[in-house]
Design a protein around this ligand. Structure first.
Ligand code: NDP
Length: 401
């Protein structure tokens, strides 16, 4: 029986609220707070209707305002704050958790608004403060980062003495019927995808031009899809926590149509994150673009097909080279039917709920700031299928990489 405060009423917040409400024995009291109260109320009404959970309340909050957050937390008294607003708010919410004495969990690492750059340094810097306060901060507990990191922890714990090569492969073979839309917050998504590519090799980071390296990879139940090397945040913590890794890369599939739109958006300056003056009003082109693009939360209704995300690993066990692949496939249609959100929000929200459950039931514990691969992967993966994301694994196969 625990109280949880969920911050962020977007697509992911919707799924997290559903998933917590489906497990009232752990999440007995739920508060959903976000910038726009009406969005919280709408989600809360759907969740109450579909799950029958009796104790869901909502609130308005500016998650960039620490005193406001502290007041909200002290008033509701949750054991944990689950943050699924935007990465810009990671540090203010961590500050508020420290001040109010509650655990913290998020799904994306901190990113300053004025620079398209994400790295863990800002949040790792909270290590001593969380330790001294006896509180747990769980970083990156969505799917990627999140489940991909926990899949890697399973590989390390049960299948390898040393992991040498890690390739995280992320395929969205879904079709939402729109010419162009992003699957999660457009601003964050476009900032991530238009960055230079980066991978880790022999102790160094190697930079590439955006989408410079690509190849066809075959995804279970989907088939071959063109996959592009991009930088993704979990690579940073995984190479630190598994120092035997010689090379770590992240691959994501994009359709031709999507990439063409992205190129045009960049070429005409709509991906800019600096301020421009328009008719005397200061606007940020990327923020304006977000306002006119389809809301990712609304994509679910006609979304068909599935996602397939996993880890392909090569390394050594008992002196022998070994290969291993672990993955989950998630259907957009099934996700929408259950929660009213599409598969990308679903694959993020389920692990976030389960991570919170791990902390609140004492399966994951410790004072300090943790990336998810630092915890025991077993209790999490034992339950992941039961909560909606079944996974599969194969040993001794051609990894194509
Ligand atoms: P959305 O844009 O749909 O939702 C974000 C929500 O946060 C909105 O409801 C927004 O409010 C709210 N918000 C924004 N700023 C503030 C603020 N200052 N104070 C309070 N609330 C605020 O995003 P998603 O649901 O798609 O994504 C949520 C998070 O999940 C993001 O951080 C994203 O990076 C992460 N993510 C992680 C993935 C993973 O696998 N690890 C995958 C996909 C997403 P309003 O409604 O008023 O705009």
């Amino acid at each position: 029986m625990s109280r949880i405060l969920i911050i962020g009423a977007g697509g992911v917040g919707r799924v997290v609220t559903y998933k917590c409400a489906q497990n009232p024995e752990v999440f007995s009291h739920i508060m959903l707070a976000s910038r726009t109260l009406s969005k919280c109320d709408e989600i809360a009404a759907d969740v109450k209707r579909d799950t029958g959970h009796q104790h869901i309340v909502t609130a308005q909050v500016d998650a960039e305002n620490v005193p406001q957050l502290v007041q909200l937390i002290k008033g509701f008294q949750p054991e944990l704050v689950l943050h699924v607003a935007l990465p810009y708010q990671d540090l203010t919410i961590m500050d508020a958790c420290l001040e109010a004495g509650v655990h913290y969990l998020d799904t994306a690492n901190y990113e300053p608004k004025d620079e398209a750059k994400f790295e863990y340094s800002w949040q790792w810097a909270y290590q001593d403060r969380f330790k001294e306060a006896g509180l747990t901060a769980v970083l990156g507990c969505g799917f990627d980062p999140g489940v991909t990191s926990i899949f890697t922890a399973r590989a390390a714990k049960h299948y390898f003495d040393e992991i040498h090569y890690l390739d995280i492969v992320d395929c969205n073979a879904g079709d939402h019927g729109k010419a162009f839309a992003t699957n999660f917050n457009p601003e964050i998504n476009i900032r991530e995808i238009t960055q230079k590519g980066r991978f880790y090799e022999n102790g160094q980071w190697v930079e590439t031009e955006p989408h410079e390296i690509s190849l066809d990879l075959t995804y279970p139940n989907i088939g071959p899809r063109r996959s592009y090397l991009i930088y993704h945040e979990e690579l940073e913590s995984l190479v630190k926590n598994y120092p035997t890794i010689k090379r770590a890369r992240f691959w994501m599939t994009f359709g031709e149509e999507y990439l063409t739109h992205l190129r045009v958006i960049q070429n005409i300056g709509m991906a800019r994150i600096d301020t421009v003056s328009y008719k005397g009003v200061d606007i940020v082109p990327l923020e304006f673009l977000k306002a006119v693009l389809p809301d990712p939360g609304e994509l679910g209704e006609n979304y068909t097909g599935e996602t397939s995300i996993g880890c392909r690993v090569r390394g050594i066990k008992d002196g022998q080279e070994k290969t291993y692949y672990i993955w989950n496939n998630c259907s957009h249609e099934a996700a929408y039917k259950e929660t009213g959100a599409q598969g990308v929000s679903y694959t993020t929200g389920v692990p976030a709920m389960l991570g919170a459950m791990m902390v609140l039931t004492g399966k994951w514990s410790g004072a300090g700031v943790y990336n998810v691969e630092e915890f025991d992967p077993d209790p999490f993966l034992e339950r992941l299928g039961q909560y909606g994301l079944p996974w599969q694994e194969k040993v001794g196969l051609d990894l194509e990489l």
